[in-house]
Design a protein around this ligand. Sequence first.
Ligand SMILES: O=P(O)(O)OC[C@H]1O[C@H](OP(=O)(O)OP(=O)(O)O)[C@H](O)[C@@H]1O
Ligand SMILES: O=C(O)c1cc(=O)[nH]c(=O)[nH]1
Length: 181
Amino acid sequence: MPNLLKELKELLDSRAFERRQVVLSSGKTSNYYFDGRKVSLNPKGAYLIANIICDMIRNDNVNAIGGLTMGADPIVGAVGVAAFEQGMNMSLFIVRKEAKKHGTMRLIEGPALQAGQRVVVVDDVITTGGSIIKAVQAVREVGCEVVKAIALVDRQEGGAEALLEMGVKVEAIFTAADFGL
Ligand SMILES: O=P(O)(O)OC[C@H]1O[C@H](OP(=O)(O)OP(=O)(O)O)[C@H](O)[C@@H]1O
Ligand SMILES: O=C(O)c1cc(=O)[nH]c(=O)[nH]1
């Protein structure tokens, strides 16, 4: 395993996983929780995530990268900085859970996406895929093409299959099985 991946795996393993009973956003219960923010909001974690994702999208001709708030927020910001540093020209966006009810009334924040743009959707974790699906629907609504979705961890609970049914391939950096879950 390349060095960046190895370092990210160690960081996730030591900081992001909690072995306890939890209720997930789908309402299902689980005996573990992956708190991606513990690593995406850690400077070294953000650096590793950003550079790994840049490698994963380098040849995809991507115009924009973004995702549903708030799992995606720190990932999107970090990827934007790394992409800029590496001369990759792309726009960033964050999809709100609901359109803003005053001011701009926007659902998608950031420089306006254009119809025909090629976008990548990111999230920290995928369980049912519901969060990534919301982001995919929002960007498709404005005419963008979703090239793929990237998650730090795929819990392998049907999300990737649900996305594939919508024509979106999920590339997970790690799966739950990589952590013995
Ligand atoms: O594949 P899914 O079933 O959608 O589950 C994964 C989502 O759950 C978490 O977000 P959460 O819903 O807890 O919201 P938050 O990011 O605003 O905390 C996580 O950040 C993912 O976005
Ligand atoms: O399904 C979820 O809500 C979920 C699972 C998980 O491990 N981590 C997380 O942030 N959300």
